[in-house]
Design a protein around this ligand. Structure first.
Ligand code: NAD
Length: 299
């Protein structure tokens, strides 16, 4: 497999496509945004004037789009890419979308004899740039084996979660849990600080104790405790509150579909909604949920 069509080269897709180029793939790129497309060309991609032009002669099509609606409209319908794709082309959708949307696209691909998988990612923009993303894949074993060289050029871990749509289910389970332990970590840190503890000392104690978790280990939400995390740069960069809200919305929709009980996920979504009600907060990294608990100075 040598040539890849890449659709959607934003914050994630741009660096992912650049890694494919670096690993020797011929990448033909298309994005609705002209400046985004120009950046991809500067990173070594060939420019296509449309998604249909991008897939001509491609061995695989990778898409990294903002929503299920965007993914469905790209692939499905009379003008959709599936009508133009050859059966030997592999479809890899890396966007975070609902499992149902993913299943719909993969089933439509399968009807045309096209192998397809959902392969949403964990790791964010830093891992996209470093080529160390984790891919959570849903689809047949055969499709995932075929996708391995492409995914391996962009990521460090490739998990097979189960049949079509399972990658999306794994992704939203993980991100729901991430939201919950980030909020719990922020709440505990604030309780300590309000009672005179140094947040760095408290973090060290909890990291080594039974409260230890990824948010404490790798992504401390309290400013100044850890270098090189969004909390220490005014919550700029990282994974936005808006994207966390999107994933929590998908988690709640999935829970409704399976009649699952997710009370902490629902509370986490509510707290992020409260925090993200301010458009400035919505653009900040999700660890800024710490600010929901912090008292104004002098209080
Ligand atoms: P983004 O908005 O930066 O990029 C999306 C790109 O898709 C944009 O450049 C847009 O112009 C383009 N686009 C939209 N519709 C299109 C279409 N029909 N044809 C061609 N191009 C189209 O978003 P992002 O941050 O790169 O996120 C992409 C996906 O990755 C989302 O599903 C998101 O939930 C997921 N994700 C993001 C992160 C993160 O940290 N940013 C982490 C994990 C997963």
């Amino acid at each position: 497999m040598e040539s890849v069509a890449f659709i959607g080269l934003g914050n994630m897709g741009g660096p992912m496509a650049a890694n494919l180029v670096e690993k020797g793939f011929t990448v033909t790129a298309f994005d609705l945004s002209a400046p985004v497309l120009e950046s991809a060309v500067a990173a070594g991609c060939n420019k296509a004037d449309s998604a249909h032009a991008a897939i001509e002669g491609a061995d695989a099509v990778v898409s990294m789009l903002p929503s299920g609606e965007a993914v469905r409209s790209l692939y499905l319908g009379v003008h959709g890419l599936l009508q133009a794709m050859k059966p030997e082309t592999l479809l890899i959708d890396c966007s975070t979308i609902s499992a149902n949307d993913a299943r719909q696209v993969i089933a439509a691909a399968s009807e045309r004899g096209i192998a397809a998988l959902d392969a949403p990612v964990s790791g964010g923009t830093a891992a996209a740039a470093a080529g160390t993303l984790s891919f959570m894949c849903g689809g047949s074993e055969e499709a995932i084996e075929r996708a391995r060289p492409v995914l391996g050029a962009m990521g460090a871990n490739i998990f097979h979660a189960g049949p079509a749509g399972s990658g999306q289910v794994a992704k939203i389970c993980n991100n729901m849990l991430l939201a919950i332990h980030m909020i719990g970590t922020a709440e505990a840190l604030q309780l300590g600080v309000d009672n005179g503890l140094d947040p760095a000392v408290l973090s060290e104690i909890m990291r080594a104790s039974s409260g230890g978790n990824w948010s404490l280990e790798k992504y401390n939400p309290y400013p100044g405790v850890m270098e090189n995390v969004p909390a220490s740069r005014d919550y700029q960069g990282g994974f936005s509150v808006a994207l966390m809200l999107k994933d929590l919305g998908l988690a709640m929709d999935t829970a409704a579909g399976s009649a699952s009980s997710t009370p902490l996920g629902a509370l986490a979504k509510n707290l992020y909604q409260l925090h993200g009600g301010d458009p400035i907060n919505k653009a900040l990294d999700f660890s800024s949920i710490q600010n929901l608990f912090r008292r104004p100075a002098g209080d």
